[in-house]
Design a protein around this ligand. Structure first.
Ligand code: F6R
Length: 604
């Protein structure tokens, strides 16, 4: 979603600096971009499409070295993606960039039109610049003007603001959209996320809702909405800068799939030494008799895997809910319910809203998050961090894997506490868990097999993924991956459900991916696969080496090593990711930045 960045500091070739910083925000997803630099005059350049187009336009415009500027990548919400709707927006004495959605913008806009303001774009953000300009007519002090502004805005925003009467300071404020401040020796920065500051500094501050920031070249002041100074902690980015680089891989997605063995080891190592380590490192879950898992997209699908294993091994009822639904529906929880929120970014708007709702009801919350210090990590009662490092490709791979890994650790911990597993059994599983990173490495070495499978799939109009139980949960993730990066319509179906309707869509040469990893259900899924074969389906099977001989029908197979059922999903998902990647590569899709998608979904 939209990304903002702003610079105040030593005079420099700011055009170059801001373009570089914007490029680091590309992964968030965008459809236009723009830049405003003050070099004695306010120069604003905006362009629909890739940042490369913005760069082309900037070539023809003379911009002198400058000390202040703001820039933006826009993911269209109000008004189509075009040059005019792109940010920055400038009205009167105010130039600004905005990430978020102003819900009461149309009422504000009507009032401003009545006062004589004229709008050229269809955006809610232009309304904010007009409103701030209007406030400035009676309020000279810029901090006071922003404080008045935020009392009038409903919705979400991270704003980077330049006032014509103060080119020595950059201003920013936020509510429900992410904002950080980067601290350097000769400049200070605002940005939507850490990626944009990593080329400048490792030191940063997290800005909270309604905090107003005033930055100069060598000072950052943060105020609350009543304009009292707030003391902020200075944090240090722990991520390796290499996480933001492709390191020789053709795509971030491929690189991130290849990161999986290492990041899995980094994430689980502190828990798996033996049963005592696991018990000591994990929270105490003994009071809970019900778990809700709330998330969006792949994080929700990781939660589905969690549901199957927690219910089976730990004997606790789990419901998995989409955050966008959960936040508005009636929820049945009590003080023995734990609500687990899963989010790679920790900034997903729906997940944040659902978390706040649950917290308001005084129900215990736990977050599984990748981005340290993100909103969800800060607001949940407890947090378990996965250690994926930075994930740049829009489609998640390594973070999904680690979310599943963390849910497995939680399950094992509860299963032991509930006496569903004894110490010997648990120790044995933990030892095998420690072998999974290498087993994933072995799968990654078999890229050619995934490529061969992809060659048979890439022309498909539709692909069905079918499986039962936990395999069905994995089908959901496999199916989403192929949809989002290869633009192939796909459905994940519980294998036994197909004949209740959707089997009518199976015809000659329809591609069906069957996932079969659980012996108990394998013969059942096998029958369902036979049913679709009888209707002309072509089968790709992802299965385990103990089961592969059970299948006599003609099909292409990707076979992974059999490990304990509870950790098996970690091996099954890897070929699904690689196959989707290869299909998208053959089709020539924009794999790291699929159309219409955003990495961090910070609006509702
Ligand atoms: C799909 C994908 C998305 C995210 C979803 C939640 O590959 O990445 O479905 O899983 O948008 O994002 P987070 O985990 O950041 O809350």
């Amino acid at each position: 979603m939209c990304g903002i960045v702003g610079y105040i500091g030593e005079k420099c070739n700011l055009k170059r600096v801001l373009i570089n910083d914007l490029k680091t925000l590309e992964y968030r997803g965008y459809d236009s971009s723009g830049i405003a630099i003050y070099d004695g005059n306010m120069k604003i350049v905006k362009s629909k499409g890739k940042i490369a187009y913005l760069e082309e336009q900037l070539e023809s415009i003379k911009i002198n070295d400058s000390n202040i500027g703001i820039a933006h990548t826009r993911w269209a919400t109000h008004g189509e993606a075009n040059d005019v709707n792109s940010h920055p927006h400038r009205i009167g004495c105010v130039t600004l960039v905005h990430n978020g959605i102003i819900e009461n913008y149309s009422e504000l806009k009507n009032n401003l039109i009545n006062k004589g303001y004229v709008f050229v774009s269809s955006t809610d953000s232009e309304v904010v610049s007009a409103l701030l300009d209007d406030i400035k007519k009676s309020e000279h002090d810029n901090l006071k003007a922003i404080s008045k502004l935020i009392k009038m805005l409903e919705g979400s925003y991270a704003l980077g603001i330049i006032f014509d009467d103060d080119y020595e300071h950059l201003y920013a404020v936020k509510k429900d959209s992410p904002l950080i401040v980067g601290l350097c020796d000769n400049c200070n920065l605002i940005a939507s996320d850490i990626a944009a500051i990593m080329d400048h500094t490792k030191k940063y501050m997290l800005i909270n809702d309604f905090e107003i920031v005033k930055l100069s070249k060598n000072e950052v002041q943060v105020f609350n909405s009543e304009l009292s100074l707030v003391n902020k902690d200075v944090l240090e980015v722990s991520w390796d800068i290499n996480h933001a680089k492709k390191n020789g891989y053709s795509h971030f997605m491929l690189k991130e799939i290849h990161d999986e063995p290492n990041v899995l080891r980094d994430t689980i190592i502190e828990y798996i030494k033996d049963t005592d380590t696991l018990v000591n490192k994990m929270p105490d879950f003994s009071k809970y008799n019900k778990i809700h898992i709330v998330a969006c997209g792949s994080a929700m699908y990781a939660g589905m895997v969690g549901k199957y294993i927690i219910e089976e091994y730990a004997n606790i009822e789990v419901s998995v809910e989409l955050a966008s639904e959960y936040r508005y529906k009636k929820n049945f929880y009590d003080h023995n319910t734990l609500v687990i929120f899963i989010s790679q970014s920790g900034e997903t708007a729906d997940t944040i809203a659902a978390l706040r709702k649950v917290k308001k009801d005084n129900i215990d919350t736990l977050a599984i998050v990748n981005v340290v210090g993100s909103t969800i990590a800060r607001e949940a009662d407890r947090v378990l961090y996965i250690r994926a490092g930075m994930e740049i490709a829009v489609a998640t791979t390594k973070a999904y894997l680690l979310q599943v890994a963390m849910l497995i650790l939680i399950t094992l911990n509860i299963a032991y506490a509930n006496k569903k597993l004894n110490r010997d059994e648990l120790d044995k599983i933990l030892v095998e868990f420690g072998t999974i990173p290498n087993a994933i490495k072995d799968i990654l070495d078999r890229k050619e097999e995934c490529f061969d499978i992809a060659k048979t799939l890439y022309k498909s109009k539709d692909i069905f993924y079918i499986g039962r139980g936990i395999d069905y949960a994995l089908c959901m993730e496999g199916s989403l991956k192929i949809k989002e990066i290869a633009y192939i319509h796909s459905e994940a179906y519980p294998a036994g459900e197909l004949k209740h309707g959707s089997i009518s869509l199976i015809e000659d040469k329809t591609n069906v991916v069957g996932i079969v990893s659980k012996e108990l259900l394998s013969s059942k899924t096998l029958s369902n696969i036979e049913e679709v074969i009888a209707r002309g389906a072509v089968i790709t099977l992802v299965t385990t080496d103990d089961l592969e001989d059970n299948f006599s029908f003609p099909c292409q197979k990707f076979v992974v090593k059999k490990v304990n059922d509870i950790i098996q999903p970690l091996l099954i998902v890897v070929p699904l990711q690689l196959i989707a990647f290869e299909v998208a590569r053959i089709k020539g899709c924009d794999i790291d930045k699929p159309r219409n998608l955003a990495k961090s979904v910070t609006v509702e």
